[in-house]
Design a protein around this ligand. Sequence first.
Ligand SMILES: Nc1ncnc2c1ncn2[C@@H]1O[C@H](COP(=O)(O)OP(=O)(O)OP(=O)(O)O)[C@@H](O)[C@H]1O
Length: 446
Amino acid sequence: MSETTNEDIDENKYEITEENMNENNYKYNINKDRFDENENSYEYLADNEGDFSKYLLDRMKQLEHRNSRLNEQYNQIESEKRYVENQKLKYEREVRKLQAEIDRLKSSPLIIGTVMDVLDNGKLMVRSSTGPQFMVSMSKYLEDEEIEPGTTVALNQQTFAVVDVVQSTEEPMVSAMEVIESQQVDYDQIGGLDEQIKEIIESVEYPLTKPESFARIGISAPKGILLAGPPGTGKTLLAKAVAHRTDASFIRVVGSELVQKYIGEGAKLVREVFEMARKKAPSIVFIDELDAIAAKRLNDTNGADREVQRTLMQLLAEMDGFDERGDVRIIAATNRSDVLDPAILRPGRFDRVITVPMPDVESRENILQIHTRNMAVSDNIDFKKLANLTEGASGADLSAIAMEAGMLAVRNDKGSVETDDFLKAVDKVMNSGNESIEIQPEGMFG
Ligand SMILES: Nc1ncnc2c1ncn2[C@@H]1O[C@H](COP(=O)(O)OP(=O)(O)OP(=O)(O)O)[C@@H](O)[C@H]1O
């Protein structure tokens, strides 16, 4: 602030010099013989007091004005300072974040593995996603309770020590099997499959919950249950619900993943799935897309077919060596029961086939009601008529319709889901992929 401001220039005119006093029209009387070098002014004489007080008042006003201007400037600079300090903190944070990101990118990748066993000496047996099994130690920053057979973990590339736990996801992206300790699905969340539920209770639930009854009567429960039916009809739901009822661990593997994603590993994975099932018993092994590993054998077998066959042989071997009265149950699902190798359906293997059909009109109504149970739905929705409009829809489609109708209501900020939301949702889901056919609400709903 070394520049001369207007204020400074103005201020000069108040210095008590002859020139200034003249210019400001003050009457003055000064002793021209007494010039004070320090004050840069002549001594003034007492008879000019009136004018001089006026001059002082002006001068005071001027200084007050200047003072308030300087105060304003001070406040402004203070707030600029605070802003700059904030900016500095923000950029420092940003730098730290980028530094951490650089460190992360520079660090070597971790290997994904699955814990096979927790040993008494505190070490772990893990199978890395690249194949081999290792006995390793784990980071002391991990809680013991987090680690158990089946947990997906991240391994250090050099030492293979367990450094992190990978949270399991609904669809297994990093592990071949999905292990869920306790299921939340119950039979009342399954619409229109009463007969199938009854069968599954008899063939899977009772052998797990009342094994003594089977022993007393001297019969053995079916070893494997095959749920056959079109996609999205509730096969997985049935398996999950029975796992919930029996408090069994639910171990899910997907046939196509066994042979496509883990090439060369299929047979070994099957062995490990059953190993895990025994360890976690009571448990239910659910093999989805069984047809991917158990289709009829073709004559000319290429490498991929041989891989599928090895996987299937291992599955059959596991089933054959299985105790029927044990507390591990196997449920498989397929959309293509017509292509299955008959060997898989022989007694002692998947010898009980439960057909899961597409829902009829009554079931569709039931399923829609189940999926809207926890939604705020307007009172006048006619589910029967909605069921009539959804001929050919699977349970998964009906669930999508309920979800879509809910989304529409949210999008339009409504208090509850109304008939027109359902109609639009039906239209969208039923015609997805086709040209949209407008469904007229008139006459459909009263
Ligand atoms: N009968 C049903 N009752 C209630 N909901 C159902 C029913 N069938 C399917 N659904 C809904 O559709 C979703 C998918 O169903 P599910 O995974 O059980 O089908 P799936 O028969 O196993 O299909 P896929 O053969 O494609 O694996 C379920 O999560 C559920 O929301």
